[in-house]
Design a protein around this ligand. Structure first.
Ligand code: 13P
Ligand code: SF4
Length: 320
């Protein structure tokens, strides 16, 4: 028989009361914890501010804290750093990337952009600082339609990197756009067949979906929106249950806001938990504590890239 001996490393170094230790460090560092809804429940509970990408960018733009602890993925923390070059921005796990951001490598995108020299580049915030630096305007899922509607009708547009959000925005605005063919592994995991089967079992449920989902899923949704928009929507409706087609981390806040409502995660293709974002879920409460204690891993980037990437983010904040 095997016995498991706990390693004498990490566990011994961690305080018994992580919540208390994080609160102490927050005060000592004058730090703020910004978290996305796709984080584990305990991270959401320890955050000073929870939001979608736009809300988090706005918070990062206005915070008085000296240290920003970003419980989210790399592009989100990078956006906070672009807006706050003088602040220390910590990402608890530097490997917390994004499949969508990875689907748009800067060299290939530069070539693509060169093939459309008269096009304005609107990029979804889920991209690297290098892509932002090549963009004219940044958008998020909550302001993409509003931003595209403000661009003169005769101005051709490249939309990158998410083809699903791009297609959805084209439908909503009636604009033709050249789409970069990127996508999110999490939002492309939902199965239309299983979604319909689940809806047959729960005919009283409303389907709500994030616009990063594929069209065959979106067409079944009664409401499509960013994570914050989905959370707000379910609070304004009287449905007894919802089938939620996005990363299931959002269910924690939905359940808190509507305790007697049933929230059912939309089913992935396989019997896996691949509807959980593997990047977001790399962050843990332990890593947040260690990042604050050690003041690393820190987000850094070349100043020239930061300055280039700042302009399209500022345009977004002005236009939304
Ligand atoms: P939101 O801006 O809607 O929170 O979306 C972020 C994201 O990464 C979705 O996959
Ligand atoms: Fe990126 Fe998709 Fe994860 Fe959002 S859910 S952070 S788009 S991989």
């Amino acid at each position: 028989m095997f016995t498991t001996v706990a390693p004498r490393s990490q566990a011994q170094l961690l305080p018994r009361d992580l919540f208390g230790a994080i609160a102490d460090l927050k005060r000592d560092l004058n730090a703020v914890i910004l978290a996305h809804y796709y984080q584990d429940n305990d991270i959401q509970d320890v955050a000073d501010y929870l939001g979608d990408s736009l809300g988090l960018a706005r918070q990062a733009a206005t915070t008085n804290a000296d240290v920003i602890v970003f419980a989210g993925v790399h592009f989100m923390a990078e956006t906070a750093k672009i807006l706050n070059p003088e602040k220390l921005v910590l990402l608890p796990d530097l490997d917390a990337g994004c499949s969508l951001a990875d689907s748009c490598p800067p060299e290939a995108f530069a070539e693509f952009k060169a093939q459309h020299p008269d096009h304005l580049v609107v990029s979804y915030i889920n991209c690297t600082a290098a892509i932002k630096a090549m963009s004219d305007i940044i958008c998020t899922s909550s302001n993409a339609v509003k931003i595209i509607n403000q661009i003169p009708a005769d101005q051709p547009i490249i939309f990158a990197p998410d083809r699903n959000l791009g297609r959805y925005v084209m439908e909503q605005t009636g604009r033709d756009m050249v789409l970069w063919q990127g996508s999110c592994i999490v939002h492309e995991t939902f199965s239309e067949r299983k979604l319909v089967q689940l809806h047959v079992q729960h005919p009283e449920a409303q389907i709500v979906a994030h616009p990063e989902c594929e069209p065959q899923v979106l067409r079944h949704a009664e409401f499509v929106g960013s994570t914050t928009a989905l959370l707000n929507y379910v609070q304004t409706q009287a449905a007894p249950s919802y089938i939620v087609a996005t990363e299931p981390g959002i269910l924690h806040q939905m359940q808190k806001a509507c305790p007697s409502t049933e929230f059912i995660p939309a089913p992935p293709m396989n019997n896996c938990n691949c509807n959980e974002c593997p990047h977001m879920r790399l962050n843990t409460l332990e890593k947040i504590y260690l990042a604050m204690r050690d003041r690393q891993p820190e987000i850094t980037m070349p100043e020239s890239v930061r300055q280039q990437a700042l302009k399209p983010i500022q345009r977004m904040l002005e236009m939304s």
